[in-house]
Design a protein around this ligand. Sequence first.
Ligand code: A5P
Length: 210
Amino acid sequence: VVGLGTGSTASLFLAHLAERIQRKGLEIRGVPTSEATARLAESLRIPLVELAPSSAPDLVVDGADEADRQGRLIKGGGGALVREKMVAEAGRGMAVMVHWAKVCPELGAFPLPVAVLPFAWRMIAAAVSSMGAAVRLRSDRDGGPRLSDDGLMILDCAFGRIPEPEALEEEIERIPGVVACGLFTGLATRLLVGGPDGDVEEFPVPADAD
Ligand code: A5P
């Protein structure tokens, strides 16, 4: 069972996976992390299965918006962070593939996505602002809020720098009405970094990253 991430990088992985499933007759089932990924997997004839204890992914493969050298991540640029986090937490390992420009010494240049219950968004925006972030409600082209697959609003929270990702993740996820924040700490077990020439280097992720 493979957890199927969301985004342009994960989509490339899906295409390769589909090709291998067909060529080698592999018995692989995918747990999709978004409706878009589910649709793509179906079009590629990757068999899907719902997230359940009996279908916990052996490996999750996903992209990220930012990664540090310890394998800590910011995710959710595509708005799928809640399902991505649930699938990653259920999985036995998580391989993250990123372009080299997304690897940074410290997280925070990418505004941190936070998925929230619409009812509570103003309260949560105020709470996260008081932690030092500039907070924006993610909107559609028509100006209305962009909702996630689960009907949640996304707050993009620009911290600039996040010196203690684990502590911030815990603090934000304690706010009532927050479903998940885009900090993923202690989840990535492999970090695969694509270089400018198309070469791929694996950066070692410390086992005690969390
Ligand atoms: C989706 O919600 C995100 O977490 C993506 O995994 C992340 O935004 C990376 O996407 P790209 O591979 O398209 O850059």
